[in-house]
Design a protein around this ligand. Structure first.
Ligand SMILES: NC(=O)c1ccc[n+]([C@@H]2O[C@H](COP(=O)([O-])OP(=O)(O)OC[C@H]3O[C@@H](n4cnc5c(N)ncnc54)[C@H](O)[C@@H]3O)[C@@H](O)[C@H]2O)c1
Length: 434
């Protein structure tokens, strides 16, 4: 089996497929980009190299050939890597892989960019050759900016396939590879979507804390991006959140605590029904308003009174600006922050080794895919693992997962030696891999 990847086919020329094709062209690969019609793929290539902020140069764009699935599928026959990035629909993906399998050459690698469909469902009853040559390569949007790619082998994937992909992704494509397991939503979206869905639910039931205050707390003080909770969901769209929740409902284990947060709160459900989805519909929780004189201001949708009002600037007290004090602050801000962050961090602790063999891959997924300044285990260390566990116990929460490993082995933190060693699931420390 040849080790290098030089010829790539990307199927699906939408947001993700176009981004992956551009990344490969920028790395000097020959790329075939297919969609339902070749015009769709051609328009994507034009967008990549044009506009105010081109992603690739005109010369790099010449490395990408547009085509259609109906007329040009044969063009994938000599590709080293065939990456599927069509709509998130199990049957459409399965039909496509059945076709790909009749055309691709021996030794080629196949991947899917699915966000959350388990690979085992995609390859169920497929030929053994496909099952050994396929994996998930889950890129994050925008592809040329986000460092993370989650790499997920299936039950029958040849380890050589995984290592060839890891070399290519981290080498020529310059990505940060995180190894995940074939479980729903993999690592980043499993924890990130828990945080968002639990956040909406908990905020709906929180003491008097405004949307602006929640976003001010759920950003810099806890090392999360400035969009906070509602700002991030505006970016993603309530329709996507609803789609994610439905997929989680189908695939989460029966006893998973994430099941408590799959239903959107009443007001958010109404917003979804009314098409008030987020930035793509001109406003969701926030909207930018232009006055007649040309000035611009932000408004927020008041979830209690259900009307738009001017956004308020929030000045956080010093005690609320640092996660170490915020988590233990006995006021509305502290209680909400503890409620959401402790649930999320404890969820991450319980998910190892279910979704990842170790804490390092979990921390990297959240930093590289969600722009968290620290991963969940680094955050627990920053709060103080003992104090964090004591407060969870005082809340009546049973300590499981990696927190239990840590406490049972008498350790004080998940990382030691300036972050160079991490706690394994067996309770000892190992060198953090490069
Ligand atoms: N957008 C994201 O943030 C994101 C992030 C990670 C993974 N993903 C996953 O990547 C995949 C693609 O998502 P996207 O955001 O690029 O979607 P998109 O809607 O932008 O593009 C999907 C493309 O698939 C094509 N398509 C639709 N039906 C098809 C069919 N029957 N056969 C072939 N092509 C068909 C469409 O013409 C379109 O160009 C999905 O599995 C999605 O879950 C998306």
């Amino acid at each position: 089996m040849s080790a290098s990847i030089n010829k790539v086919s990307v199927i699906g020329a939408g947001t993700m497929g176009a981004g992956i094709a551009a990344l490969c062209a920028a790395a000097g690969c020959q790329v075939v980009l297919l969609d339902m019609k070749s015009d769709i793929a051609a328009a994507s290539i034009e967008r990549l190299a044009g506009g105010k902020r081109p992603v690739i140069t005109e010369d790099q764009a010449k490395l990408i050939t547009a085509g259609s699935l109906s007329d040009d599928l044969n063009a994938i026959s000599d590709s080293d890597w065939i990456c599927e990035a069509v709509v998130e629909d199990l049957q459409i993906k399965r039909d496509l892989f059945a076709n790909i399998e009749t055309i691709r050459r021996d030794g080629s690698i196949v991947t899917t960019n699915t966000s959350g469909i388990p690979l085992k469902d995609i390859v169920a009853d497929m030929p053994a050759r496909l099952r050994q040559d396929i994996a998930v390569t889950h890129f994050f949007n925008p592809v040329h900016i986000m460092k993370l790619v989650e790499l997920i082998p299936g039950a029958d994937t040849d380890p050589q396939v995984t290592s060839r992909l890891a070399d290519f992704l981290s080498g020529p494509l310059g990505k940060g590879v995180v190894y995940a397991k074939d479980t729903v939503n993999f690592i980043g979206n499993r924890i990130g979507c828990f945080w968002m869905l639990a956040g909406l639910s908990k905020a709906a039931n929180a003491d008097d804390t405004s949307m602006e205050a929640i976003d001010a707390l759920m950003s810099k003080p806890v090392g999360l991006p400035p969009t906070g909770l509602y700002g991030l969901i505006d970016l993603i769209g309530l329709d996507v959140m609803d789609f994610v929740a439905k997929n989680l409902d189908k695939n989460l284990p029966a006893n998973d605590v994430g099941r408590n947060y799959l239903a959107l709160p009443a007001t958010e459900s109404e917003m979804l029904g009314n098409g008030q989805l987020g930035r793509k519909t001109g406003g969701g929780f926030y909207k930018l308003v232009k006055a007649d004189d040309g000035s611009k201001s932000m408004e927020v949708y008041d979830l209690t009174d259900k009307h738009w009002r001017p956004m308020q600037n929030i000045e956080l007290q010093a005690v609320h600006q640092d996660i170490k004090t915020l988590m233990f602050s006995d006021d509305a801000e502290g209680r909400f922050s503890w409620d959401l962050m402790s649930a999320t961090l404890n969820y991450a602790s319980e998910l190892v080794p279910e979704i990842s063999d170790d804490i390092v891959n979990v921390d990297r997924a959240m930093k590289w895919g969600f722009n968290w300044a620290m991963g969940p285990f680094e955050l627990i260390d920053a709060i103080g693992a003992q104090a964090f566990s004591d407060k969870l116990k005082a809340d009546g929460v049973a300590i499981n997962g990696m927190l239990k490993v840590l406490l049972d082995n008498g350790h004080g933190s998940f990382y030691i030696n300036d972050g160079k060693e991490f706690l394994t699931v067996d309770g000892h420390y190992e060198q953090v891999p490069a």
